[in-house]
Design a binder for this molecule. Structure first.
Ligand code: URA
Length: 241
């Protein structure tokens, strides 16, 4: 049984997309809100959204405590909640979740692309980002210059950067040439980490795309800039990460 504490009805409706607290008050005043079949007159009425049946204008409300969205971040968009000059991943949601305080879990550079998770679940974000949990992230990477076994071994051993030595990581070479292609899996998330690791091996990253975060994989059918909510299965995968 879910033992979530009761909360004010106006707060629940507002966080479920029924507008501001003021909008919700109007709905209540208009007699549109029912709990367990009884009309609600008071915006401060206490309900347990996991137990009580709430209907608004005849429609049952299915309450989700948190929102989880996967986005295929395009290049040129910054992974922060606000920015004075650049478009952010939150801007790409077009206000659709403005009733929730969503934030991106971790950072992807402005010129990087691929999987970014947006949520309002602070606990999960903390678990995924905590360095001690070593959550794996896999990237598709293109570099200028050849990749070889010495690079794979250096990644596996840990690479000395200016300020620290990286933890062992995986470099899987797909193609080596003037432009090389590979997958890189790291379990840290330091500033510009893959770019700096490649630089230490004498190569520049020319394309960087995140493919997975823990057990969550990017849905490749999402065009750059598009997003969707996670399925129940995907949420469960993340929660067991
Ligand atoms: N490594 C980088 O260099 N940049 C990112 O955005 C992610 C990993």
């Amino acid at each position: 049984m879910n033992t979530q504490k009761p909360q004010r009805i106006d707060k629940i409706l507002s966080s479920s997309g029924y507008g501001s607290r003021k909008d919700v008050k109007k709905l209540i005043k208009a007699g549109q809100v029912f709990v367990n079949g009884n009309i609600v007159n008071d915006a401060g009425f206490q309900v347990n959204p996991f137990v009580d049946q709430i209907t608004v204008a005849g429609e049952e409300l299915i309450f989700h405590e948190h929102v989880y969205i996967m986005m295929n971040k395009p290049e040129g968009v910054v992974s922060s909640t606000r920015d004075n000059k650049d478009v952010t991943v939150i801007d790409l949601l077009d206000g659709e979740y403005s009733h929730r305080k969503l934030f991106p879990v971790g950072r992807l550079d402005k010129d990087a692309q691929g999987l970014i998770l947006l949520t309002d679940d602070g606990k999960l974000a903390h678990r995924l980002l905590s360095p001690k949990n070593h959550v794996e992230k896999t990237y598709y990477v293109e570099v200028d210059g050849k990749l070889d076994e010495a690079d794979t071994n250096a990644f596996a051993k840990g690479i000395q950067l200016e300020d620290f030595v990286t933890l062992p990581s995986k470099l899987h070479i797909l193609e080596s040439g003037n432009i090389s292609r590979c997958y890189v899996t790291i379990c840290e998330g330091k500033f510009h980490q893959i770019k700096r690791m490649m630089k230490a091996r004498g190569k520049n990253v020319i394309l960087l795309k995140r493919l997975s975060l823990g057990k969550l994989k990017l849905d490749e059918s999402l065009e750059p800039g598009r997003w969707r909510e996670l399925t129940e299965d995907e949420i469960n995968l993340l929660l067991e990460t």
